[in-house]
Design a protein around this ligand. Structure first.
Ligand code: HSE
Length: 315
């Protein structure tokens, strides 16, 4: 038997960032999924082997799993469907959490495979394949989780057709508190309830806030960033799905966060803060508020310029 293998890690992500529904996202430091791909000449498998806290909660069939779908999209596009691969997914991120769980698996898988094959594609070129994983997970091939998971840092998607991805440097002091209350929300459900038509006044306010938020990032104007975190597209409908959300948001702001909103399609909530100290205090206060609403939670604190996908091991 001849076998070579590569293990990659891809981080969790916060998508939407309050004013950038489907067009903004950033990587979170330290939490994410791992995928090991082994090139074999003796065995093909349509089953993905799993481990990790959440490995028993997702489909193992390659064509139903975001990692498998991303890999197969890559193999098809590059004419390498003859390759026999063993895929092992360490599923560390909770499902339906708003932490970009499905994207993390797809990004780690595609990053590992590309490395195994000698990196014929750039990391940016991998994004469309990881987006196919999102399509199978929630019916929509959005890129605001997979792009920052692959590239790291803060990412803006200016256009989907053609894909135009812009990486944006964040102020060094900018931190994020993320709180994951222990309920599950399927992205497909959280998308189904959204309005199909947006009143023009809401569209005007949304685009003004998105532009102002990016200007705040570039000018390191934390006040401007904070007052621009306001979502008129998704959040008004999704708030009802997260018990205690409004109170938790107010708690974050009262404890020094510059802005707060739903992370991706929820139920996680993010709060942007100036510095790690404030982020930590905000995390404690938000956790208490969710607890009072009847929900246990996990908290994470991350700088915004966090790394993207990386190779952990090659054999
Ligand atoms: N932009 C997507 C949504 C992110 O809000 O539906 C899902 O993780």
């Amino acid at each position: 038997m001849n076998s070579r293998s590569v293990t990659a890690f891809a981080p969790a992500t916060v998508a939407n960032v309050g004013c950038g529904f489907d067009i903004m996202g950033f990587a979170v430091k330290g939490i994410g999924d791992k995928v090991t791909i082994t090139l074999r000449d003796d065995k093909d498998t349509s089953i993905i082997r799993m481990s990790g806290c959440y490995g028993n909660m997702i489909p193992t069939e390659r064509n139903k799993n975001t990692a498998g779908v991303a890999i197969d999209a890559y193999l098809k596009a590059t004419g390498r469907t003859d390759l026999m691969l063993d895929i092992f997914l360490e599923k560390n991120l909770p499902l339906g959490s708003g932490l970009g769980s499905s994207a993390s698996s797809a990004a780690a898988a595609i990053f590992a495979l590309n490395n195994l094959l000698g990196n014929p594609l750039t990391t940016t070129e991998l994004i469309p394949f990881a987006m196919e994983g999102e399509r199978i997970a929630c019916g929509s091939a959005h890129a605001d989780n997979v792009a920052p998971s692959l590239l790291g840092g803060f990412v803006l998607i200016r256009s989907y057709q053609p894909l135009d991805i812009i990486r944006v440097k964040c102020p060094d002091e900018l931190c994020c508190t993320i709180i994951h209350p222990h309920i599950q929300l399927k992205t497909s459900d959280a998308r189904r309830i959204l309005k199909r038509d947006i009143p023009i006044n809401d569209a005007i306010r949304q685009s003004a806030n998105a532009a102002a938020f990016m200007t705040g990032m570039i000018n390191e104007d934390f006040d401007l960033m904070g007052r621009s975190i306001c979502d008129l597209l998704a959040e008004p409908k999704r708030t009802q799905l997260i018990p205690g959300f409004e109170k938790t948001r107010q708690t974050a702001l009262d404890n020094g966060a510059i802005g707060c909103g739903i992370s991706g399609s929820g139920p996680s909530v993010f709060a942007l803060c100036k510095g790690e100290l404030i982020s930590g205090l905000v995390a404690e206060a938000m956790k208490k508020t969710f607890y009072e609403a009847g929900l246990n939670s996990d908290t994470f604190v991350s700088r915004l310029n966090a790394p993207g996908a990386s190779i952990l091991q090659t054999n």
